[in-house]
Ligand binder design. Sequence first.
Ligand code: PSU
Ligand code: MN
Length: 310
Amino acid sequence: MTQSLIHPMISMPKALHEAVGDGAPVVALESTIISHGMPYPQNIETALSVEALIRKQGAVPATVAVMGGRPTVGLTSAEIEHLGKKGQGVIKVSRRDLPRCMAGGLDGATTVASTMILAAKAGVAVFATGGIGGVHRGAETSFDVSADLEELGRTSMAVVCAGAKAILDLPKTLEVLETKGVPVLGYQTDDLPGFYTRSTGLPVDQRLDTPADIAAQMHAKWGFGLSGGLLVANPVPDAFAMPADAINSAIEQALREMETQGIAGKQATPFLLARVSELTGGDSLTTNIRLVENNARLAAEIAIAYAKGA
Ligand code: PSU
Ligand code: MN
């Protein structure tokens, strides 16, 4: 049973392997947020505190990356520190980068898309992140649509986020999620959260108020053989949300600078996150850290509810 859940090419600590085999609640965590999403040393502090929060809730954390070419689910603290210190010196790995990274024996930090792939192959069903990638502003000419959306359409995983990052075109992101059959579930909210803010004014598909309600939809979707993800949108706690004006003007300026400097492709998201943090004097980074912690707590509760069965 245990073997069939876990792909033989996945490297996983023994305790985690057993936890998955026993049907214990496990929460996957991504590593691009460590290497490319936050500066050192806050990146390492956050990654470790998020793992501790998940354990405190009674679930098992599993941070995901490619280490020396091996798809790895369940990094050690030393491996997390290694990725955090190397920062942008490791490859940001999405679906298309996995073969290069594996065949080349390289270290790679996994995005939402590739974390979903590795976690699913390790038998994990719940994943906490900050904000997913989505349709970038200006996508009608640049065609920049994050591979995260494609992955949500195909890989079975509940992804807990604080909405798509506000640097994106959110109405277009919702349209693509609809096309790909991904339910967007607002946790205790009717509105799509805006990552740094609690609301975008855009409606989610459905509001759900308990982890058990979310787990029930996971069982319904996958029990019926509908593959693909569910997106759980969890607003940043009020105390840590940013004023909409401050964050929006920082985003506008960062987007203008990105255009002037000709930054595009996989560099776009890391550039925007870092620049917005500079422009807000670090406030957006604090919000980012707090919302990831908040998502980890909810993801643990969902994993626990899901593990109880349909
Ligand atoms: N959420 C964060 N910080 C991040 C990211 C998400 O709070 O750094 C990363 C995730 O790894 C996500 C990626 O998958 O940004 C999206 O990149 P792109 O837009 O290039 O697909
Ligand atoms: Mn992109």
